[in-house]
Design a protein around this ligand. Sequence first.
Ligand code: FAD
Ligand code: SIN
Length: 549
Amino acid sequence: MDPDFLVIGSGLAGLTFALRAAEQGSVLVVSKDRLPESATHYAQGGIASVWSADDSFDAHVEDTLIAGAGLCHRDLVALVVREGPERIRDLIALGTSFSRRETRDDPEYDLGQEGGHSHRRILHASDATGREIMRALVAAVRATPNILVLERHLAIDLITDATECPTAQSCSCWGAYVLDRDGGRVHTVRARATLLATGGAGKVYLYTSNPDIATGDGIAMACRAGVPIGNMEFIQFHPTCLYHPAAKSFLISEALRGEGAVLRRPDGTPFMAAYDARAELAPRDVVARAIDSEMKVRGYDCVYLDISHQPREFVIGRFPTIHARCLQYGIDLTKEPIPVVPAAHYCCGGAMTDANGATNIRRLYAAGEVAMTGLHGANRLASNSLLEALVLGHRAGTHALEVVRANPRTPPPLPPWNPGGATDSDESVVVTQNWDEIRRVMWNYVGIVRSNRRLDRALRRILALQEEILRYYWDFTITGDLIELRNLALVAELIIVSAIKRKESRGLHHNIDYPSLAATAADTVVWPGERFVPDAQFRASLDRRRAPA
Ligand code: FAD
Ligand code: SIN
């Protein structure tokens, strides 16, 4: 429990950092589920990068900036786009096999097309890109002797060396408290540098494409430790998730629209051209809002995505996973349209970092979906998130190695976790009830289209829920579910507060009370100490747990 580098999360960002850091130090990777279980594993469409001769870095930068609606940080975008091809070559060197154009022997990779991209530039492994990337990464990590992996270990909170970290920029992070989900024990992990790579927060919404691990833990931990949290109002809703009572969170990739799939009303009429000249290839926020409007105005339960006009062999060859999964639910996409609805998909905001993934707290990094680097602005361009996780995971690893080499300080002794007087809860229904309520409030009041009144109502509900959850958190023995619930409640607060702060509609944030763009574009930041349920209260709870028995 004394590694040089602690990596919290085992998706693309975490494992990329781990492999880089392991070149010169010992690494502990903690992952709250099995090692491959992550949003990365479920990524379908692919990873965006300039690869073909007719494409250019400038074009990819420009597409990213347009999707980001004036809020992308241009320098950061240029950096990520330029470093993309080299990092993808690293993935290929590790054994990732991206789809070739015709046969496996064709030297050219098949490049997919997605909304908002002016060129074909999506490298993919048919329609299961994330699974293939994780296969190669997990094998590489398991083969690296100085990486130790602890599966089913959930980080609870970061350990910093200042009680007043939120105001002092000079504090350092020295590790984290980590719960062994099966044994129930809490470990104190001491590390010279720590990476948050915990992914997104889709589970804060009732309907989401995200796997169960996406409960915003890293964003909540960073916030409690004193990292400013940026742009949380920009939640991306993916336009097309399978609408079927038995299908939990199954995405129908945007790549289908890239290959000509058409969105139709239940009576078969296409509707996207009425909303945007780019029709099905408009950026996601435009498509999701169009579907939302069709469903609300016309009272549809869902709309339909139709690729049945394409040759059967092509559809099955290009989308084998989606084809097989839809067949399980009795839908043959080579013959009929697929019922789809939008669902929460990606969190553009997060813990604010610089171009090296460094936060305002020394020795604390964040990379991947947990972070807000400035790449996505007000709306992420399709397939840019795997790219960001890869490039920033590598950059953060490189920076952390340099920092630890230049300042080889041994971490100070850290207080062990103290469970205090907490007793086992006999009412776990409280957790499920609150969990369900948060997700419904967020879906109903803080969804694709927002209003001042709905945001206000949502904030009041979430703050009331937070009080109850905190009380519960202090009084009962800690469990994985309770930790996740506490984090979800805080992330919900951060999303609502950020949405309230933005007095305009931009990118993914659409408020009917402020329908136009403001004259100037600025990031929304929730600074430490600015929260309604104050950090001091959280810290008091932690201090109680840490106090000697
Ligand atoms: P993740 O891959 O989500 O990994 C997070 C890790 O953190 C997991 O291992 C998790 O168990 C662990 N973790 C979380 N909390 C804790 C904790 N408290 N303690 C310990 N461990 C913890 N993007 C694209 O660019 N292209 C695509 O084609 C694409 N398709 C997608 C399809 C789906 C269905 C989904 C859900 C997302 C898709 N995305 C896609 C988005 C992209 O997959 C994610 O943004 C990206 O994979 C995030 O990588 P990450 O490493 O930041 O986090
Ligand atoms: C998809 O395949 O539609 C998801 C792509 C993404 O989230 O970037």
